[in-house]
Ligand binder design. Structure first.
Ligand SMILES: *Cc1c(COP(=O)(O)O)cnc(C)c1O
Length: 458
């Protein structure tokens, strides 16, 4: 018999989580204006809002905290992080930042000016926010297959080279400060980009003289999928694959709260000293001196260790298999999902789940509210609320996909928790026809509204 899936770690410390009643939850979500970001964490039993900063650090990472060097300049922790970034990712220069969006803020302060165009594969919301805030435009060149949840494709995160080339051909090249490759492609469902696609985009960038920047939050999961799915990589180690991936870029931004398995942190990696120096000016202004940039020494130590663990095959195998376990159980209940399953999350296709709810009533958000009331499971809408309004026309944007994201924190929950979530959403699916209406917006902020939006049920 084939041996079953089992985690590549055991548990040394636990944290209590609390169940609640349906009546409690109905009141709490109402008090939260039907925005799950407004819930208190103790009102949540299983929190799948995000896999960002919610992972469990290892005993080795906790040990590294004690060894942190909190010197203002030249701390040993800075050099530990520098060595880890050089050894694992191959960058000679880096700037620490307090998280991923801070890395974007610092780098884009150098690169992005009003009127510019930034093509890529489904820019993440903070990335898009930092581009649009500078009155530039993000253009999505992801392959069409990514937008049909029922089509199987090994690398739905890929860029469509024809779409990209059209943009490079039809715009003055000085208006395109970079191509952003998001690995994995978060907005399209945690979908990987193939090595071949990374190589081809890089080749095209050399042809046109444009910089490539990787938005690298889940680069290790991306490497895992390359190993599992792309020809010629089955026998390569994750670290070898990672090295090759980063050979096809000029710079990277990183939210270390994902694949580096820390609670807070980020950085920018540079191949070019000149760009590093220009960015350092903004880094010092926004984040802190270049040898700590918004991070404590202890956190830089934990990050250095986390990069190493996060690129171990067993860590990734445990993680991706747990995500797939949840996906398979949901599929058993008939819940419509984005397939193949992503690396960090399961994405429920809300349009296929609730076809009777009009898109103007925010159906993915409606589903998130229903799941919370059903079982105290918190997850997040990746749909029209997140897509926000068009910066120029101020009209609501309705993306092709309305998704409910169940993001799985790293090393945090057991498969019994996943089973609980699957049954909860299965129950909502059984009574889906009773859900006739969604929600309307009563209050919203001008940018990144999803964090603070207030809603009413219709
Ligand atoms: C999380 C994330 C970011 C932003 O990072 P923060 O640490 O949350 O600021 C940027 N890009 C991608 C792809 C991400 O997943």
């Amino acid at each position: 018999m084939q041996l079953p899936f089992a985690e590549s770690y055991k548990i040394k410390m636990v944290e209590t989580i609390k169940k609640s009643t349906r009546e409690d939850r109905k009141q709490w979500i109402k008090d939260a204006h039907y925005n799950l970001f407004n819930l208190k964490s103790e009102q949540v039993f299983i929190d799948l809002l995000t896999d960002s900063g919610t992972g469990a650090m290892s005993d080795k990472q906790w040990s590294e905290l004690m060894l942190g060097d909190e010197s203002y300049a030249g701390a040993s922790s800075y050099y530990k992080m520098k060595k880890s970034i050089k050894d694992i990712l191959g960058f000679d220069y880096f700037l620490p930042t307090h998280q991923g969006r801070a890395a974007e803020n610092v780098l884009f302060s150098v690169l992005v000016k009003e009127g510019m165009i930034v093509p890529g594969n489904s820019h993440f919301d903070t990335t898009k926010g930092h581009i649009e805030f500078r009155k530039a435009t993000a253009i999505d060149c992801t392959i069409d297959e990514a937008f049909d949840t029922s089509v199987m494709h090994d690398f739905k995160g890929n860029v469509d080279l024809n779409k990209l080339e059209k943009i490079l051909l039809n715009n003055p090249i000085e208006k395109i400060p970079m191509i952003i490759m998001t690995i994995t492609n978060n907005s399209a469902g945690g979908q990987p980009v193939s090595m071949q696609n990374l190589r081809e985009v890089y080749a095209m960038s050399r042809k046109y003289g444009v910089r490539v920047v990787f938005d690298s939050a889940r680069f290790a999961e991306n490497a895992y999928f390359i190993k599992k799915r792309e020809e010629g990589y089955a026998d390569k180690s994750i670290k070898e694959i990672v090295k090759e991936m980063f050979s096809y870029t000029d710079a990277m931004t990183m939210s270390s709260k994902k694949d580096a398995i820390v609670n807070m942190g980020g950085f920018i990696g540079f191949k070019n000293e000149d760009l590093f120096k220009q960015a350092s000016v903004f880094g010092i202004m926004f984040e802190g001196y270049i040898t700590y940039g918004g991070m404590s020494g202890r956190d830089m130590n934990a990050l250095a260790q986390g990069l190493n663990e996060g690129t171990e095959f067993d860590t990734l195998d445990t993680r991706v298999q747990q995500v797939a376990f949840l996906g398979q159980r949901l599929k058993d209940f008939g819940v419509p999902l984005q397939e193949p399953f992503g690396g960090h999350a399961i994405f429920v296709d809300a349009k296929r789940f609730l076809p009777q709810v009009p898109k103007e009533e925010f159906l993915a958000q409606t589903l998130a509210i229903e799941l919370y009331i059903e079982a105290g499971v918190r997850c997040v809408e990746i749909g029209a609320i997140l897509a926000d309004r068009d910066p120029i026309t101020r009209e609501n944007r309705f993306p092709e996909l309305e998704l409910l994201r169940l993001a799985i924190p790293r090393r945090t929950y057991t498969n019994n928790h996943m089973e609980y979530v699957a049954v909860a959403l299965g129950n909502v699916y059984s009574r889906r026809n009773e859900i006739k209406h969604g929600v309307k917006i009563v209050k919203e902020s001008p940018i990144m509204r999803h964090f603070t939006v207030e809603l009413e049920r219709l």
